[in-house]
Design a protein around this ligand. Structure first.
Ligand code: SF4
Length: 100
């Protein structure tokens, strides 16, 4: 089933995930990342890499259509990110807010 980046990534952008992806399907803007569902092979390798649990597998696509569409549309409009970046300056506070 498809994998998606959720809103937990917003204002964090830790990007540990990108170095675990074997097919370079992560894309990012200034606030968060997205997974290209047309490239993702659903291996799950990125899930444990995220310190704020922002990635999950979608088992009920009809219930998460908005999130699936967001990942698809934004990933197609943004460049690939395959090398880890420094987290955003807001990342520590956002992580604490999320409870991680
Ligand atoms: Fe990449 Fe695998 Fe994560 Fe898909 S599930 S984004 S292929 S690491």
């Amino acid at each position: 089933m498809p994998h998606v980046v959720t809103d937990n990534c917003r204002l964090c952008l830790f990007t540990d995930c990108v170095e675990h992806c074997p097919v370079q399907c992560f894309h990012a803007d200034d606030e968060r990342s997205y997974i290209d569902p047309d490239v993702c092979i659903d291996c799950g390798a990125c899930i444990p890499a995220c310190p704020v649990q922002a990635i999950h597998e979608v088992f009920e696509p009809d219930d998460e259509r908005e999130l699936l569409d967001l990942n698809k549309q934004r990933s197609h409009a943004l460049p690939v990110i395959s090398v880890k970046r420094s987290p955003l300056s807001s990342a520590a506070a956002r992580r604490a807010e999320l409870g991680f």
